[in-house]
Ligand binder design. Structure first.
Ligand SMILES: Cc1cc2nc3c(=O)[nH]c(=O)nc-3n(C[C@H](O)[C@H](O)[C@H](O)COP(=O)(O)O)c2cc1C
Length: 393
């Protein structure tokens, strides 16, 4: 990211999570209730494990905000891990109890997790040293800061929503959803499914996987609505906004593919069906379809930005997977630790946060501004020039 910078720290069962978000202009209203509602959305979802019943994810703002308004200085966030009370002997930053540490030592890496690759890289004999940070618990810090990015975007009329598009094989054939489809997603439904007619079948699939000691993946679609044309750029590979969005969304734990618009379907058909006609409607440029997902040449074109994240099934299986004990070098089933069967609804909320952070970054890059008043005025000016284009005023 160029204008915004996010750094997080903290282990899954350590004392808590810290995040620092740099680059937020001064004068943004920071609504803590909104941030907490977003944190709750991340914890929701059928198929999640017991951990989410322990945590309440209260966000404490420790810098960069005064009286509910951003100051333009780095925003510091702290989220306590309530589960740390149960793990102090194993995870205390300074003093641990060797017998308890040994009992919780991870020595049979889980395929699909960072355990083996991270153990080899950092030469840790307890793979917990890797998995504690690789755990998706870190994403709570991203959602806290992603919700600040959402507040910034909402200030200029940009909204972001998501929904579960497919779970395992269920729903994978359905077309890319629209903004109107996402408006119908019920956040309190078991899986936040876009296709409500498929939700019962999805819930039954989660139950079956749970019974079998297995796990599930799927697809979540995020849409940003009200995005102005002209964010991102075609001029340099690392300025292309589709690539920047893909990077942000791919960094969500377990996301292994990112689709912009209807890319998969489009790749299988002819160009005449893939591209969106350009029309004039009431004197304005208009696209009757949005297969491109709001991005052409790495630049937003004024249509909704549509990003789908495909998540692999959760890596920790209750029934285990073939693995090797790193001590004995003999075959050993991978170890089990309390885990989710699927976390797709939560992954959607985290992906929303990443889309918000990347779009807010691109917006600030486009219009600049040290204060929100400047951001608003600059954007308005930019939109006015676009309306007159290609004529001078
Ligand atoms: C919200 C969320 C919750 C997750 N919960 C678990 C879990 O309980 N157990 C697990 O093994 N993996 C879980 N994962 C997935 C792992 O974090 C992920 O598979 C692991 O970090 C390796 O993914 P990577 O290859 O993308 O880095 C979760 C992912 C997300 C997004």
């Amino acid at each position: 990211m160029r204008r915004l910078r996010l750094t997080t720290a903290g282990e899954s069962h350590g004392p808590g999570l810290t995040a620092i978000l740099t680059g937020v202009p001064a004068g943004l209203g920071i609504d803590l209730d909104f941030i907490h509602r977003e944190m709750k959305r991340r914890m929701h979802g059928y198929g999640r494990g017991a951990r989410m019943k322990i945590e309440t994810d209260a966000v404490e703002i420790r810098g960069g905000v005064r009286g509910g308004e951003s100051l333009g200085s780095p925003i510091a966030v702290w989220i306590v891990n309530r589960d740390f009370d149960n793990w102090r002997a194993v995870m205390d930053p300074l003093e641990t109890e060797p017998a308890r540490v040994e009992k919780r030592r991870v020595h049979a890496p889980r395929p699909g997790h960072a355990d083996l690759a991270g153990g080899l890289k950092y030469l840790r004999s307890d793979l917990r040293d890797v998995l504690e940070r690789a755990s998706a618990r870190e994403s709570a810090a991203r959602v806290a800061c992603g919700s600040i990015a959402k507040l910034l975007l909402a200030d200029v009329g940009i909204e972001i929503r998501s929904g579960v598009r497919s779970l395992g094989p269920i729903g994978i054939e359905r077309p890319v959803p629209s903004w109107e489809n996402l408006l119908e997603v019920d956040d309190s439904s078991p899986l936040r499914a876009i296709h409500r007619d498929l939700e019962d079948e999805m819930v039954a699939l989660v139950d079956r996987a749970k019974k079998d000691g297995d796990t599930l993946g799927g697809g979540v679609t995020v849409i940003a609505h009200g995005v102005p044309a002209g964010l991102g750029s075609h001029v340099q590979w690392d300025e292309k906004l589709d690539g920047r969005l893909a990077r942000g969304v791919m960094s969500v734990p377990a996301v292994k593919a990112v689709e912009i618009g209807a890319a998969l379907r489009a790749s299988a058909g002819p160009g005449s069906e893939a591209h969106d006609p350009i029309e004039l409607l009431d004197g304005r440029f208009h696209r009757p379809t949005n297969h491109a997902g709001g991005l052409e040449g790495g630049i937003t074109n004024g249509a909704d930005v549509v990003v789908t994240a495909y998540k692999k099934p959760i890596s920790t299986l209750r029934k285990g997977m073939p693995s090797v004990d790193i001590d004995t070098r003999e075959a050993h089933r991978s170890q089990y630790e309390r885990s989710d069967v699927t976390a797709l609804p939560a992954a959607g909320v985290i992906a929303e946060s990443m889309v918000a952070l990347v779009l807010a970054d691109a917006l600030l890059e486009k219009v600049g501004g040290d204060s929100m008043a400047e951001v608003r005025a600059n954007l308005e000016n930019s939109l006015r020039l676009q309306r007159h284009w290609p004529r001078a005023e």
